[in-house]
Design a binder for this molecule. Structure first.
Ligand code: UD1
Length: 344
């Protein structure tokens, strides 16, 4: 019998790509999402790719009674992948309480409901933001967690602590925390991708919208950093590569491939790419020009960060495979698809 997985935030960007990979690997998926930053058309995209329409419940994970009912209506869920969260750094500074409620109460609800429902493992969606500006690059999982620079970043740190404390208190389940670097790109079919509400805050959706002419110009936030070309450096990881790591993590917990009750992995490529290099890679891969200008630094930005992914490579047997250039082509194909659909 197929094992059933609950994916919170499953119609979102990383969530939807992970649902496809779970289905490809033979899992049954139940999605819960409040649609605050996505829509049900994503379910059509998932179905087009995998041939399977996942069970979907429109529900906010803050609603514990609703979650309990959902678990009762879908018995036999073995694992949870928890993506549902607010993720705009700037917005989190303006409305911190909403971020703390959305990102923390939701996790508490899930952890409290897991034992009774017999759920054996939870994969948690964390971020390299927990490292702040690391002292040593590439950054390993042992690097210290630094003081968070935003409520968003703080929620990721607090979530990790909540999971750690719960596991060490003897909870009857396992957890794997995945610290993502910068996920970009879309499914190669262009049936699903990133669809931010309003003006994108992240680099790649802003870039593809600019290349499409939706935005007049991309602002590059700073060229006076201590990096070879002066712009910030990140580790951009293909979203499908990232999604596949979640399936491996879930297999690992449910098939008892690990004795550890809690494990943490960096998910990145191990390569640092500057903002200007990324624009160059996009132009090379797509042959489309991106108008851009250099502006001042963005508050709270980290100068440079990229992963040491060896722990995930060795222990999970997972490696990020796709190049930044090919991944940017998938982001562009998704943007073209959106135009075809008259969305943007
Ligand atoms: C941020 C968070 C990360 C979070 C992610 C999700 C931090 C340090 N990082 O990533 O934890 O998971 O958002 O939203 O809190 N840039 C431009 N012009 C733009 C947009 C971005 O030059 O219009 C530059 C930024 O300065 C940065 C790079 O592009 O150097 C990537 O920015 P972005 O895509 O916003 O991601 P992060 O800030 O790295």
């Amino acid at each position: 019998m197929k094992k059933k997985i609950l994916v919170t935030g499953g119609t979102g960007y990383i969530g939807s790509h992970t649902v496809v990979e779970l289905q490809n690997a033979g899992y049954d998926v139940v999605i819960v999402d409040n649609l605050s930053n996505s829509n049900t058309e994503v379910l059509d995209g998932i179905e087009k790719i995998s041939g399977i329409r996942p069970v979907f419940a429109e529900l906010d994970c803050n609603d514990k009674t609703g979650l309990k009912k959902l678990l009762e209506a879908n018995p036999g869920i073995k694992g949870i992948i928890h993506f549902a969260a607010s993720k705009a750094v700037g917005e989190s500074v303006k409305i911190p309480l909403q971020y703390y409620r959305n990102n923390i109460v939701t996790l508490l609800n899930l952890l409290e409901l897991m034992p009774e429902a017999g759920i054996e493992g939870i994969v948690f969606s964390s971020s390299c933001t927990v490292y702040g500006q690391p002292d040593i690059l590439p950054v390993t999982e042992d690097a210290p967690v630094k003081l968070a620079l935003s409520p968003y970043g703080n929620t990721k740190q607090i979530n990790e602590e909540i999971i750690r404390d719960t596991i060490y208190a003897g909870a009857p389940f396992k957890s794997i925390i995945l610290r993502y670097f910068n996920p970009i790109g879309a499914h190669p079919s262009a049936e699903i991708g990133e669809l931010p509400n309003g003006v994108p805050q992240n680099l790649v959706p802003f870039l593809t919208q600019t290349a499409m002419g939706i935005r007049p110009e991309l602002s590059v936030f700073g060229d006076d950093y201590d990096t070879p070309d002066g712009s910030c450096i990140r580790d951009y990881i293909n979203v499908v590569d990232l999604a596949k790591a979640h399936v491996i993590a879930m297999d690992r917990m449910l098939n008892n491939q690990t004795e550890e009750k809690l494990e943490i992995f960096n998910l990145g490529t191990g390569r640092g790419v500057s903002v200007l290099e990324l624009i160059g890679a996009f132009e090379k891969g797509t042959r489309v020009k991106v108008p851009y200008k250099i502006v001042g630094r963005r508050e709270g930005d980290i100068e440079k960060v990229w992963a040491n992914p060896e722990h995930a490579n060795k222990v999970l047997g997972w490696t990020a495979k796709e190049s930044v250039e090919d991944t940017l082509v998938t982001a562009w194909n998704w943007q073209l698809k959106l135009r075809e659909r008259g969305i943007q």
